[in-house]
Design a protein around this ligand. Structure first.
Ligand code: IMP
Length: 421
């Protein structure tokens, strides 16, 4: 039975957590395959509001296996705290598996992340969770993996060696030294609780697929933050696009059925980097307030702008999106007219292709197409026919421009504010 992937088609914060929660009605396992606790997946169930960072969004459905795959970078102290917080809210966390191949994030990665940002001429505006330094260690082949959580002696020895190396770098940079033994003690405490979750998830996920189970791969961040396809260097350090599910979950490409692309009805971005449709006026502020556009992980206000069909078409192409889930359509309810960016004017020339060069992205002026708003509350809509005609036309144009099919529409944060096309 099917293996599907769900990814963001913008700069993250598209509402993936909610969609995963809705889709997991029919799913046996949810697998995170990249990123770390830089992600903040928001799920609202009844009057309860949860933000997940590392735990897969299937956790609210009893019996769903929640896998943190080998491609994820895991801060053991943060994961332990997140699990304990869920348990305090009486959520059953018994179905979490942590890949023995997942790389670990430690205090020295977070300190290095902060130091890189302070010292950099070009600040990325990272989440400060140590993501870039941890992935750098993985590629440098000096990382420490989750399998080592099961051996305190090995873990301690590796941690001391790596932390001492980082302390030498911090000394050179005049940055504070890490208290290695204090950090080690905190981490060992978390390791004791996490060790029973460490599994060879490549085998367990492939076994589930072979047994005909429904498996959903949960992407974090968005395509435009992908290390290869995003607005480099203003990106995160992993492959956020669908191809990352195969490497980051250890599954073959032939097993994939659908790629769900989550697409917000407008565009947002957190942190620095080019954003051609960004609005600096009252409309941008309105989107931020009505859409509650403040980072789920860092609380930072998100930059807001019109829907960028050039960027999202590129994202849908790279991901192979065949099902679109449009979120936050209701946020546009009040607008007189709504613009869509259909091209970029770069140094006098118009293109509908997403440029690789940072200078081109920075110079890009959006070519906008205006659509009349629907000017009514659609948060109670539960079917396509409940939507006003202008909203249906807007959605149809979005789908046409990104060359994909709309399968789900979301008109509010709650589970029930979602319907199929
Ligand atoms: P990092 O992933 O913390 O290294 O941050 C790199 C860039 O990705 C920054 O611009 C962050 O704001 C952005 N970013 C990372 N995770 C997320 C996310 O889950 N949603 C939105 N932006 C993110």
């Amino acid at each position: 039975m099917p293996v599907d992937i769900l990814v963001g088609t913008q700069w993250g914060d598209e509402g993936k957590g909610k969609l995963i929660d809705v889709l997991t009605r029919d799913v046996d396992a949810v697998v995170r395959f990249q990123g770390g606790n830089n992600a903040g997946h928001t799920v609202e169930i009844g009057d309860r509001h949860y933000v997940l960072h590392l735990v897969p969004s299937g956790i609210f459905r009893p019996g769903v296996k929640c896998v943190i795959g080998n491609g994820v970078v895991v801060d053991p102290v943060a994961l332990d705290a997140e699990i304990r917080e869920l348990e305090a809210k009486e959520i059953d966390t018994g179905a979490i598996e942590l890949s023995n191949r997942a790389q670990l994030i430690f205090a020295y990665h977070k300190a290095a992340d902060a130091l890189n940002e302070q010292g950099a001429k070009v600040k990325i505006g990272t989440t400060g969770r140590g993501i870039g330094p941890a992935y750098s260690d993985k590629m440098r082949r000096t990382g420490i993996r989750a399998i080592d959580l099961t051996s305190p002696e090995r873990l301690s020895a590796q941690f001391r060696t790596e932390a001492a190396k980082y302390n030498r770098l911090f000394a050179e940079a005049g940055a504070p030294q890490l208290d290695i033994e204090a950090e080690l003690a905190k981490m060992l405490e978390a390791a004791t609780r996490l060790a029973p979750l460490v599994t060879d998830t490549v085998y367990s996920v492939n076994a589930a697929i072979k047994a005909g189970k429904n498996v959903l791969f949960e992407g974090a961040q968005g395509a435009l933050l992908d290390i290869d396809h995003g607005t480099y260097p203003f990106v995160t350090s992993s492959n956020t696009t669908s191809g990352g599910a195969c490497t980051g979950g250890g599954v073959p490409p032939q097993c994939i059925r659908d790629v769900w692309g989550v697409i917000k009805a407008y565009t947002t971005r957190v942190g620095a980097g080019p954003f051609p449709t960004e609005l600096f006026d009252a409309t941008g502020e309105k989107l931020r307030q009505v859409g509650r556009e403040f980072g789920a992980t860092t609380g930072r206000p998100r930059r807001c702008g019109w829907f960028d069909a050039v960027a999202s078409r590129y994202a849908c192409m790279v991901n192979g999106v065949n099902k679109l889930a449009v979120t936050k359509l209701d946020v546009l309810d009040d607008l007189e007219q709504i613009a869509i960016c259909v091209g970029y004017r770069i140094n006098g020339k118009v293109t509908d292709q997403f440029p690789a060069a940072l200078a081109d992205l920075e110079a890009a002026q959006p070519v906008l197409e205006y659509h009349p708003g629907w000017k009514c509350d659609i948060s109670g809509a539960r079917s396509w026919s409940d939507l006003p005609e202008n909203a249906r036309k807007y959605l149809a144009r979005m789908a046409e421009l990104v060359d994909s099919e709309i399968a789900i529409i979301s008109v509010g944060p709650r589970r029930d504010q979602t319907f199929a096309r």
